[in-house]
Design a protein around this ligand. Structure first.
Ligand code: G3P
Ligand code: MG
Length: 248
């Protein structure tokens, strides 16, 4: 991927962690399920194994979403791959493994899906995680697929990703929109915020849109709420239930 982006191609509905309530989140099954549900883009959580493989997992530990226990950052890719990442969700998914981002990219390309890769660094590897994920996207993301979108709650991680792949769009993820959101976006060279819909109000949305920034909200699982957000001008919602979202 060597060309500059031609602008946002982010659709109004983004599958959260794949299709996070239809299959074990952040697995290849979840990505495939999102495609079946008609989603064009998915959001995936990316982090580093101890030996610097980029893997998909939301939490710092493997406890909740696998049959293992302990910190991801203290396990090598080979150990992580051996875990059952599906049975916690349902017996039918017992063959699911924690995927690498490389594996996910292959499946996304097969399905023609775009992706928001949310980078979740562990403490102490904020810069490295941003660089390694950006480098991987730079090298492996297929030119024929919609250009991906990087996001993170961590500013240092996003800056590191920007330094490696300045042409991949970036969004700052926040729980509540901070007072200095403009300054942070300028520093980052970004024009997009991802925020928790529970903590925004219409005045803030107007401020962000007036500044020509995109606002996307997580995690929106009710159609009425999505309608309200779209009416306010929110560009996209991350949802565990794409099939519930209103048609746009
Ligand atoms: O990237 C949007 C959303 O996924 C952020 O929150 O905790 O679900 O990763 P979380
Ligand atoms: Mg996420």
């Amino acid at each position: 991927m060597t060309t500059a982006p031609q602008g946002s191609t982010v659709p109004p509905i983004i599958g959260h962690r794949g299709a996070g309530c239809h299959a074990p989140e952040n697995t290849l099954a979840s990505i495939r399920r999102a495609a079946v549900l008609g989603v064009r883009w998915v959001e995936l959580d990316a982090r580093l194994s101890r030996d610097f493989e980029v893997i998909l997992l939301h939490d710092d530990t493997v406890d909740r979403t696998s049959d293992g226990s302990g910190l991801v950052a203290e396990k090598d890719w080979a150990e992580l791959q051996a875990l059952d990442a599906g049975t916690w969700y349902g017996e039918a998914f017992s063959s699911e493994r924690i995927p690498s981002l490389r594996q996910a990219i292959t499946v996304l390309a097969e399905l023609g899906l775009g992706a928001n890769v949310e980078i979740k660094p562990c403490v102490g590897r904020e810069d490295a995680t941003g660089r390694i994920v950006a480098r991987l996207l730079n090298e492996k993301w297929p030119a024929a697929s919609p250009i991906p979108l990087i996001s993170s709650f961590n500013l240092e991680t996003l800056k590191a990703a920007r330094d490696v792949a300045p042409y991949i769009p970036r969004a700052l993820a926040v729980s509540t929109i901070p007072e200095d959101w403009r300054e942070q976006l300028v520093e980052l060279g970004s024009n997009a915020l991802h925020c928790d819909h529970k903590h925004i109000y219409v005045g803030q949305v107007r401020e962000v849109l007036d500044a020509k920034c995109a606002l996307r909200c997580f995690t929106v699982n009710e159609a009425d709420r999505a309608r309200t957000l779209y009416d306010w001008g929110v560009e996209a919602v991350f949802t565990d239930y794409p099939e519930r979202m209103p048609m746009r």
